[in-house]
Structure formats: structure tokens, C-alpha cells
Design a protein around this ligand. Structure first.
Ligand SMILES: [Zn+2]
Length: 572
């Protein structure tokens, strides 16, 4: 409706139809979160007592403030990885997260790769066939908002999986605007999650499906503009000038969407997945990404021009902090009622002292053996003495152990994914292939026990051979291995080696799938038994070790080490 006085309104109706349309549209502020990953609670304050940004209470307060401002309309969106990684989120397999997202009245979210982490409902993490998606299907059924993934298809039917609330796109009416939203998830999902996900679902290159869906929204639904919610990311460091891409990773996949979807089809992309921030224009498209762990909101503003067409501007990220002395808003109070009882229980669990003392920070690495990798692998090797070697993926270790008396909460933060222990019996040839994959650089290097590996980062940077036999050449095909020994002896290609590893790698994660399949290796995965995290925790409780002390040299020895620089060339 035209909100002008009657006389003007009459003129407006007859002569200035387009100007009238303008006045019916409000400024729209689209607020984005992404990669919250279960970080719903208030973070611990800094050492000086000041509040760290983060948490759903502070977020609710900010969102209520924004929605309470009649100057503009508000949309609240999320780009995926809503859960997985904290005790609070994992104990309910994401249900606590969905309750909180519903409480905050999110308008829409994109599907993230970690949304698949819980497998079927219950303690098992890996499902067979459709049952494997059980926890996710339940969670998005509970959502009061749609979850979008235009580039995900059911392998059997070739169509979008028929899960309630999972959609390709949605049209949102807000502040006089009709906004089309298309969602997409990284096409890398099959190699970074459990292989059964990729066996059941196809994750397409997102450009074509986004373009087609956006055009449909424009032509059929006649939306005013299309935004993309992408669990696909970028990274920038400087935010003073949205047009200056000098501090950004220029080949970021989220920039590819802005560059390759035909001009004018989409107006904005909200990215995610890389845990970094973006607030920049790329090829005339606004790209906004809010980092991780509910610490900041990404902001996009849409204003009508004289003809009522959208003019998009990018706002500065807003730190998610409770204003000092603020009375909790209505939604904050509601969020608190959901969180508080769960937090009492989580606090008790987290604060348990395991008995281990860390002298100096126990660190991680993705390029060489790390003290954290050695601790986990040595523990597994000791608990499973008939195994010849241990191998785990660096990506499963997410935080260093800080100096001091180690708590269960710190152990959980370091090993958040709850992978089961698994056994692989492989011949030497296959073991060499796993080492090649584990040092290819397509993912972080493997962490090991009873092995010594040297690889050359400058070798085979742009591989020429399809070593995996997948019909394409990518980072998994690099052969950078210089030397491998098991127990100080060269690997015998015909001998059988017993490997203790994680369910993630045993089920084919980080590119292991093709090698294990080719060799016909049957993994033994100990579902329903204590996870790697719980086995490490149990050993720490029992032995109460002093970690990383000078008399524990094993922690310092680099069993996986690199030589050579990373080449600067770009591969075709
Ligand atoms: Zn992700």
C-alpha cells in the first residue's frame, strides 16, 4: 500500500505507479550466521573479564533489537553446519540446535556437510542406505524453516531427496519485497563426510542448478531479487572497502558462484564452510560470510531505488555480544530456558579433570606429525597391541590441548567427532597407497604410530596420472612420498599389515574409499563401543600422564615429515 496522504496517493495511483511501488518497500536487512557448529552457549569470558563474542542468547538479543526497529524489515538466514562439534549439540544429535534455531525464528538455512554427522538416530554414526540419513531427516522435519540444497540429488531417483522441509529454494515475503532464496552445499561433501552419504546422494557442481533455480524464481515467481545461501566459502582479511578484493583468496569457490552464474540472475551469495569472513562485491554480486561459532552476523541491506528495484549494500559484520547491562529480550529469555538446564549437565561433564597434566601446549599440525596426532595414535596402538600401525586423519583433531590439568571438555573440543575405532587389514601395496593418499595434500597428512614417513611437498604438485582411477585428476592423485618405514623396516608389498584407525578413514574418508575398494579391504568398525575420544580419555584417566614433558621425547619426534617448498605454480 502507498503510505502517502490521500491527495498524493491519488496522483500516485494514477501517474506514478512505479514511485508508489517504491514507497511500499522497506529497507530490508538480511542477517546471516554460518558454521555455528553447536556453539550455542555463551563462550567463556576473556582473561580480563570482558565478554567474547558468541552464543545464542546474545544472538537472540541482537535479532530482537533488529526486528524491533520499525525502520527496516529483517530476514535471518544461516549457511549451514548448524550442529556437530560440542557436547551440547552432540548429546541430542542436533535437536537442541533445531529448538534454538526455531526459537530465533530463522527464515531459512542451507544444508551443510556436517549436517550428516550423526548418521542414523542413536549412537551409530554410519548408516546403510536411507537409514543413514535418519538423524538429519528427523532434525529438518523438526525445523520451522526450510533447509535448502539445490545441488543435492538422490542417486536412485535423480531427484531431490524427499525429506520434509528439504527444498531447492523458497520465496520469502518481507518488508514489501519478494525474495527468492536458493541453497547449495559444497560439492566436496562426499569426500569430507562418511562415504555412504556420497553413495546415496549426488552433490553436483552448484553453478548450473543455482542458475536454473534462480531463473525459475525470477520468471515464474517474479521475485524482486535472488539470494544464494551457500555452504561454500571464501576468505578475506580486510573489510574497509567492499570492492577491494586484495585481501581475499581469489579462487574461492563462493566467488566462483558470483562470477559464473550469468550476470543479473543473482544479487547476493551468503557463504559458509571455510569459517572465514567475507563482505565484498565480486562481479557485481554481494558476497557475505559471517565466520563461525555464532561470533558474528553478516549483514546485507536491500533498499528500493526510484523504480522499486533492489539496491544492495553490504554492512559491516556485527559482533554477537550481549550489550552490557542489557535486560534479556523476550527471545533471549526463551533461549535461556532452553539452554540453561542442558548447560548445567554439560558443565558437569566438561569440568571433569582427567588426571593428565599438560606441561606445554600439545599442538596439532596438518602438514607433519604433531604431538596431538602422536598422543592419539600411540594410545590407540597401545590399546590395540596386535595392530602393526596406527593411522588417523589430521582433520579429526580440532584443537590443541592447553597447558594445565586436562579436562574432559578440552578432550572433547580436540576430538569432537566421536569416530569409532576401526581395523583395516591391508597388504603392503595397499598400505603404500594409503600413505600416498595420506600425504597427497588433498587433506591434512595422516598422523601415525610405528611408522616413519617423509614426503616432498614440491614433488608431483600438478599430477599427470589418475592414480586413484576415479576418471579425473585432482589432489588425491599426487605422489609425494619419498620414504616410508614400518617399525624401521621398508614395507613389504606382499605382507599383511594390521592397521588401527578411525571409522572415518576406514569407511573411506579423505579419499581412502577408492583404494580400499580396489583392494577389496573389508573394514571392521567398532560401532557401539567407546569412540576414539572415549578410548583416549579412558587411557588418560588410567595412566594420569604428564604430557609433552621433556622426558617424553616421543611427543617431539616427527614421524611424518616434509621436505621441499610448496610450489607456487597453478595447475590446469
Ligand atoms: Zn562445512
Amino acid at each position: 500500500m502507498c503510505k502517502l496522504n490521500t491527495a498524493v496517493a491519488l496522483v500516485c495511483a494514477v501517474v506514478m505507479a512505479s514511485a508508489c511501488a517504491t514507497s511500499s518497500k522497506k529497507t530490508l536487512r538480511i542477517l546471516q550466521t554460518t558454521d555455528i557448529h553447536g556453539f550455542y552457549s555463551d563462550p567463556a569470558p576473556r582473561k580480563d573479564g570482558s565478554a567474547r563474542p558468541g552464543g545464542m542468547r546474545a544472538l537472540a538479543q541482537l535479532v530482537d533489537r533488529e526486528r524491533g526497529n520499525s525502520e527496516h524489515a529483517v530476514m535471518l538466514v544461516d549457511s549451514g553446519d548448524m550442529w556437530s562439534g560440542t557436547i551440547l549439540s552432540d548429546r541430542t544429535e542436533g535437536a537442541a540446535g533445531i529448538r534454538l534455531f526455531n526459537a530465533l525464528k530463522y527464515d531459512v538455512a542451507a544444508l551443510g556437510n556436517h549436517e550428516f554427522d550423526y548418521g542414523p538416530p542413536g549412537p551409530e554414526r554410519i548408516g546403510k542406505g536411507r537409514a543413514g540419513f535418519g538423524a538429519l531427516v528427523k532434525r529438518i522435519e523438526e525445523a520451522t524453516f526450510p533447509v535448502l540444497a539445490v545441488n543435492v540429488k538422490d542417486r536412485a531417483s535423480g531427484k531431490r531427496p524427499a525429506w520434509m522441509n528439504l527444498k531447492s529454494s523458497v520465496v520469502i515475503h518481507r518488508g514489501g519485497w519478494k525474495i527468492g532464496v536458493v541453497g547449495a552445499v559444497t560439492e566436496d561433501t562426499p569426500t569430507i563426510t562418511f562415504p555412504y552419504v556420497g553413495q546415496g546422494l549426488i552433490f553436483e557442481d552448484p553453478i548450473k542448478p543455482i542458475t536454473e533455480e534462480a531463473n525459475r524464481l525470477r520468471v515464474i515467481d517474479k521475485v524482486d531479487m535472488v539470494i544464494v545461501l551457500a555452504h561454500i566459502g571464501g576468505a578475506c582479511r580486510v573489510f574497509d572497502d567492499p570492492k577491494d578484493l586484495g585481501s581475499c583468496y581469489s579462487d574461492a569457490p563462493v566467488f566462483k558462484i558470483a562470477r559464473e552464474v550469468p550476470k543479473g540472475v543473482i544479487q547476493a551469495v551468503f557463504g559458509g564452510h571455510t569459517h572465514k569472513r567475507v563482505a565484498h562485491f565480486v562481479n557485481g554480486v554481494a558476497v557475505v560470510q559471517a565466520g563461525k561459532h555464532s561470533r558474528a552476523l553478516g549483514v546485507l541491506e536491500v533498499r528500493p531505488d526510484e523504480e522499486g528495484k533492489p539496491v544492495v549494500s553490504i554492512g559491516k559484520h556485527i559482533d554477537i555480544v550481549m550489550p552490557k547491562g542489557a535486560k534479556p529480550s523476550k527471545t533471549t529469555a526463551y533461549v535461556d530456558r532452553i539452554l540453561a538446564p542442558m548447560e548445567v549437565e554439560v558443565k558437569r561433564i566438561r569440568n571433569e579433570k582427567l588426571g593428565a597434566r599438560v606441561v606445554d601446549t600439545l599442538s596439532r599440525s596438518k602438514v607433519e606429525q604433531s604431538p596431538m596426532g602422536s598422543l592419539v595414535c600411540d594410545t590407540l596402538k597401545a590399546l590395540h597391541p596386535d595392530r602393526d600401525v596406527c593411522m588417523i586423519n589430521s582433520g579429526g583433531i580440532r584443537k590443541d590441548f592447553p597447558a594445565g590439568h586436562l579436562t574432559y571438555g578440552q578432550l572433547y573440543d580436540s576430538l569432537p567427532f566421536g569416530n569409532a575405532v576401526a581395523y583395516l587389514d591391508v597388504d603392503g601395496k595397499t598400505l603404500l597407497e594409503l600413505v600416498r593418499l595420506g600425504t597427497s595434500g588433498a587433506h591434512g597428512v595422516i598422523q601415525v604410530a610405528n611408522m616413519a614417513i617423509t614426503y616432498d611437498r614440491s614433488k608431483d604438485f600438478c599430477p599427470k596420472a589418475d592414480r586413484t582411477g576415479e576418471g579425473k585428476i585432482d589432489g588425491h592423485d599426487r605422489d609425494r612420498v619419498v620414504d616410508v618405514k614400518v617399525g624401521g623396516v621398508a614395507i613389504d608389498p606382499t605382507k599383511t599389515y594390521k592397521v588401527v584407525t578411525s571409522s572415518f578413514l576406514a569407511a573411506g574418508g579423505d579419499g581412502f574409499a577408492t583404494a580400499l575398494k580396489k583392494a577389496g579391504v573389508k573394514a571392521k568398525i567398532f560401532h557401539g563401543q567407546p569412540s576414539i575420544r572415549e578410548q583416549v580419555g579412558g587411557a588418560l584417566r588410567k595412566h594420569r600422564p604428564v604430557l609433552n614433558s621433556p622426558d617424553n621425547p616421543a611427543m617431539k619426534v616427527k614421524r611424518v615429515q616434509f621436505i621441499g617448498p610448496v610450489p607456487r605454480e597453478r595447475c590446469k
